[in-house]
Write a protein that binds this ligand. Structure first.
Ligand SMILES: Cc1ncc(COP(=O)(O)O)c(C=O)c1O
Length: 375
């Protein structure tokens, strides 16, 4: 019996990080400043320098990172925020939590990212109805690839809307030499363990070049505190990154670039082996972009059979996402542009094991099982 295959092997990364990681965790515990200790400020400096953005502000998770920026911008009742229909729920959830209205936009069939033409149609629809004020465009860097900001940013600018990048899956990717995280008026990421840059629990971060926004986010994550600890100038949140998680992320950031490269190599081998097969479409990365390959996601004709065959061969697969958000019970009453691509994708996509430490022999087993299923 061959070894079971991991969908994501986080322990392989932990073994690579070794003693320095253990020492960093011990130092964080012994330091005793378990909330907003010095490692948090150090990580924020490291993240900003690494991404090429002025400010990185950490918080408790990626969902809060999205919510805090919307709140800081005063987004609320009567406002429309344009989000893709094909993404994780948190992207739309935070808009509703802020009291605003998520307006769903379709995605492109090759990259799965926000379709600029559908965005224009959704904005026109909202303006025509004159019930909501368009405020923010919130593309998602789905599965690790930066959205097509070259096409989306001019639409946001022309319409007077903020561009807010949900880079929970894509932080660290590149578009035309700029890191995801440094693109847009602000960006937010998640350090959920399975993300390309994840910690050992929940965590998140917000990024911006705007000094005023940075100050507001620092206050909002800390109960809206003012100049003094017990002065409160905003209704805020308790949303801070634990010192121990910051210590872990400092170590992980040191190898992140190498890991992105390794993920790219794994994706390249998948593309080469599977790209030309019948009944399957390999993922496409746009010119000028580097994906962090948070997921390696194929489109297949007969997904149920493909998943069953791979399971039989000991290969785990996953479906992100089986239902477009605008078809979900919680979000079906919100406005939506037509979403034929999101609907089609939700029954076609399937993700294969992807992580930097997937060795070639194991990957060849996965590829062989996929090819056998595709016939
Ligand atoms: C696209 C997207 N947005 C937001 C989030 C929320 O991040 P978190 O789980 O850290 O709250 C996630 C991940 O879970 C995500 O994939």
């Amino acid at each position: 019996m061959s070894q079971p295959i991991a969908f994501i092997d986080l322990q392989a990364q932990r073994r690579r990080l070794g003693a320095p990681l253990e020492a960093a965790i011990t130092a964080a515990v012994e330091g005793g400043q378990w909330i907003l200790g010095p490692q948090v400020a150090q990580l924020e400096k490291d993240l900003a320098a690494w991404a090429g953005v002025k400010h990185a502000i950490t918080c408790a998770n990626g969902t809060d990172a999205l919510l805090l920026v919307l709140k800081a911008w005063g987004v609320g009742p009567g406002d429309a925020v344009f989000v893709p229909a094909f993404t994780f729920a948190a992207t739309a959830e935070v808009v509703a939590l802020a009291g605003a209205v998520p307006v769903f936009v379709d995605v492109l069939p090759d990259t799965f990212n926000m379709d600029p033409a559908s965005l224009e149609a959704a904005i026109a629809m909202v303006r025509k109805a004159s019930k909501l004020a368009p405020k923010v465009v919130m593309p998602v860097d789905l599965f690790g690839q930066p959205a097509d900001y070259g096409a989306l940013a001019p639409v946001a600018a022309r319409e007077g809307l903020k561009l807010f990048c949900d880079t929970a899956q894509g932080f660290g990717g590149l578009l035309d030499g700029k890191r995801a995280g440094a693109i847009g008026d602000a960006a937010a990421t998640s350090f959920f363990p399975a993300k390309p840059l994840g910690c050992y629990g929940d965590g998140g971060a917000m990024f911006t070049n705007d000094d005023g926004l940075k100050d507001l986010l620092l206050s909002l994550r800390m109960h809206g505190q003012g100049a003094d600890r017990y002065e409160h100038v905003h209704v805020g949140y308790n949303s801070r990154l634990d010192t121990i998680q910051a210590a872990i992320l400092i170590e992980k950031l040191k190898i992140f670039e190498d890991e992105i490269e390794k993920r790219g190599r794994v994706a390249g081998r998948y593309n080469k082996a599977l790209g030309a097969s019948n009944g399957v479409t390999a993922p496409v990365v746009i010119a000028g972009a580097t994906s962090t390959w948070a997921q390696y996601t194929l489109k297949v004709k007969n997904r149920a059979k493909f998943q069953a065959d791979l399971k039989q061969a000991g290969v785990p697969t996953a479906v992100y996402y089986p239902i477009p958000l605008s078809r979900q019970k919680a979000y079906a009453h919100y406005p939506s542009a037509p979403i034929p691509v999101s609907e089609a994708l939700s029954s076609q996509v399937v993700s294969l094991p992807m992580h930097p430490y997937l060795d070639e022999a194991t990957q060849d087993r996965i590829i062989a099982a996929a090819l056998a299923s595709l016939g």
